[in-house]
Design a protein around this ligand. Structure first.
Ligand code: NAD
Length: 318
């Protein structure tokens, strides 16, 4: 048993999920090293932690080799553009962080004898032909489509993670994260929840791509952080799907946000993006069986907390 505090590296720790994870790790008594290049994350997400004992920020691009003096016991590798708007704006950066970046962070895990958790994604399933998606489903990815830079970067990162385990015995885990939402998302990141909230708070109609009947399963960020911690502290390697099984049509998500903000339910329609998945819902039985995890916060409650955050805290985040 270790007596010194657990020292944890979070790559992408200034992002939406990463900063929420840093908060939680510090609350749990860990020391946290946050490495981020701020390509899609924000200083404001971690400003409140800068003076916290046990918190260290390293401004670094993990595409370059990463050196961190001292012990590291756990690594959460979250660094990557994550929203379609971001990764289509940063296509080569996305491929590089999934490939060279993941290689460098895995090399660090190997050198430090740390447990490594990869934040992978439901996008490894592409536009799925099997529904809901179990971990055994091998995916339907268009290798040259507009989402391929992200999907293939993550698929490569998964392969690399498993290769480090097979070649060097590195202790690894792979989390396949499905749509997650909550405070600290950027209003302009193009994902459905912040886009609808931005439109609702500005009194504008909701913009719907396609018919709006395409579904999303939305998991509140605190639940996702619980799941990532459970997987890290378990002996399992995964891949493990993490997300909500509460599947909703995009039109219904707009309806909930309309109700909660008082914005009238009006729509403007645009074509569905190429390769936009029609259906998205994880089979989370493995997470439930291995980790005893399932989300605790329902979508209406999570949306209420998120809308409240955007209303009250957004000013300091612009
Ligand atoms: P985010 O964009 O808010 O956070 C990503 C962070 O990584 C940002 O702070 C960014 O600046 C940083 N980063 C990017 N490239 C980097 C590099 N080369 N070096 C150092 N830092 C770098 O996104 P998020 O939603 O918090 O996603 C976090 C992770 O979870 C990502 O790996 C993403 O692929 C994965 N994920 C998220 C979701 C979701 O619904 N939010 C779903 C599936 C997977």
């Amino acid at each position: 048993m270790r007596l010194d505090p657990t020292r944890v590296l979070v790559t992408g720790g200034a992002g939406f999920i990463g900063s929420t994870l840093c908060d939680r790790l510090l609350r749990d008594g860990c020391q946290v090293v946050c490495a981020d290049n701020f390509s899609t994350g924000r200083e404001a997400n971690i400003a409140h932690l800068r003076a916290a004992p046990g918190f260290q920020l390293i401004t670094a691009d993990v595409v370059e080799p990463l050196e961190i003096p001292g012990p590291i016991h756990e690594i959460f590798h979250l660094a990557s553009p994550a929203s379609p708007v971001d990764y289509q704006r940063l296509p080569l950066e996305t491929l590089r962080v999934g490939s060279a970046g993941t290689d460098h962070v895995l090399a660090l895990a190997r050198a430090k004898n740390a447990r490594f958790l990869l934040a992978s994604t439901s996008e490894v399933y592409g536009d799925p032909l099997e529904h809901p998606q179990p971990e055994s489903y091998l995916g339907n990815v268009n290798t040259v489509g507009p989402r391929s830079v992200y999907d293939e970067a993550k698929r490569y990162a998964e392969a690399l993670t498993v290769a480090y385990h097979r070649a060097y015995g590195t202790d690894v885990a792979i989390a396949r994260i499905f749509n997650t939402f909550g405070p600290r998302m950027r209003l302009d990141d193009g994902r459905v929840v912040p886009s609808f909230i931005a439109q609702a708070l500005a009194g504008r109609p909701f913009s719907i791509n396609g018919t709006g009947k395409q579904t999303r399963s939305l998991c509140y960020v605190d639940d996702m952080v619980d799941a990532l911690l459970s997987l890290m502290r378990s002996p399992h390697r995964g891949p493990v799907n993490l997300g909500s099984t509460d599947e909703m049509a995009v039109l219904d998500i707009a309806g909930l946000i309309a109700d909660q903000t008082g914005n009238p339910l009006r729509f403007v329609y645009a074509p569905l993006g190429q390769d936009d998945p029609e259906k998205r819902r994880p089979d989370t039985r493995l997470a439930h069986r291995l980790l005893g995890w399932s989300p605790a916060v329902g979508i209406p409650e999570g949306l209420a907390r998120t809308i409240n955050w955007f209303r009250t805290d957004l000013g300091s985040f612009r």
